[in-house]
Design a protein around this ligand. Structure first.
Ligand code: DHB
Ligand code: FE
Length: 304
């Protein structure tokens, strides 16, 4: 049996019997490293952390009930796999496995990340031919930007529930991609997934944010009003949100608030952007503080 046949036969998709991959849902979440440390060190029930983890209880059950075959996980590397030596704007992981990075305290005690080389290679082919220049990454360690969202959504399992395709976006070193470019790229990723010959239920996750500034005189900046307006617009008018220039993110959401452009990649992959039905907002959560930042989270489903 070919690998593709095996993938089809093993597919756990509960949606759609057509022999086509589809994006069924998108998940959006912050990836604060201290959240990973709190989980790894058994502190989730401490008063500081309990309200934050409570906001993800629904999400963990939702993911169990809506287990995808593959997660396409948009995140940013924090000078871990990449550095100022090499700065890819968009880097697509095509490997079979990704080791957990040591960010200074040893690798997080989480399962290794299993990739999906076949779908990743197809997405590379489709998206690059669709005029988005990607960097192909065949070996890469993944940092908190990728592992903390998995931990928040899955807790502490022996293995992650499915293969993950890492998609790293440069939001660390200027120039970083525009919100508009990210939103258009999400649409290209949707076209790529839908042209894959295999019955796969794919979720796309956009991670990073929300308002935070980790350095300089404004360190600790949090802007609840702006964050919540961002969540409102991400749901109802992502096209207008995608037009917001970088300077607005920096001024209103702090220097690291620019991580939020990655959410527009996931949002661009939803069905309504190209005339489909509006997404169902299954969950919305916002909490301050999480370390130096505001934490935000949304789950949207494409109606069947
Ligand atoms: C912190 C680091 C991040 O990468 C982030 O997105 C949020 C917070 C931190 O060091 O607190
Ligand atoms: Fe970050």
């Amino acid at each position: 049996m070919s690998a593709k046949m095996a993938t089809r036969r093993n597919s756990t998709s509960r949606r759609g019997s057509t022999d086509m991959a589809r994006i069924t849902a998108s998940v959006y979440t912050s990836h604060v490293p201290a959240v990973g440390a709190a989980l790894d060190q058994g502190k989730t029930h401490e008063p500081y952390w309990q309200p934050l983890f409570a906001g993800y209880e629904y999400s963990k059950q939702w993911l169990k009930d809506n287990k995808p075959d593959v997660i396409f996980l948009v995140y940013n590397d924090h000078a871990t796999a990449f550095s100022l030596d090499m700065i890819p704007t968009f880097a697509l992981g095509t490997a079979a496995n990704y080791a957990i990075a040591d960010e200074g305290w040893g690798p997080r005690p989480v399962p290794p990340v299993v990739g999906h080389p076949e779908l990743a290679a197809h997405i590379a082919q489709s998206v690059i031919q669709d005029d988005f220049d990607l960097t192909i990454v065949n070996r890469m360690e993944v940092d908190h930007g990728l592992t903390v969202p998995l931990s928040l959504m899955c807790g502490q399992p022996q293995a992650w529930p499915c293969p993950v395709i890492p998609f790293a976006v440069n939001v660390v070193q200027y120039p970083v991609p525009s919100g508009r470019r990210c939103f258009q790229l999400g649409q290209a990723i949707r076209r790529a997934v839908e042209s894959y010959d295999g019955d796969l239920n794919v979720q796309i996750w956009g991670t990073g944010g929300m308002s935070h500034q980790l350095q300089g005189p404004r360190a600790g900046l949090i802007n609840r009003d702006w964050d919540n307006a961002f969540l409102d617009k991400l749901i109802a008018d992502p096209e207008a949100l995608a037009a917001i220039p970088h300077i607005d993110y920096v001024r209103e959401a702090g220097s690291e608030g620019i991580e939020l452009v990655m959410w527009l990649i996931a949002r661009g992959a939803m069905a309504d952007v190209k005339g489909g039905p509006a997404p169902l907002v299954k969950h919305r959560f916002y909490h301050v503080p999480a370390s130096n930042t505001a934490i935000g989270h949304l789950i949207m489903e494409n109606p069947e």
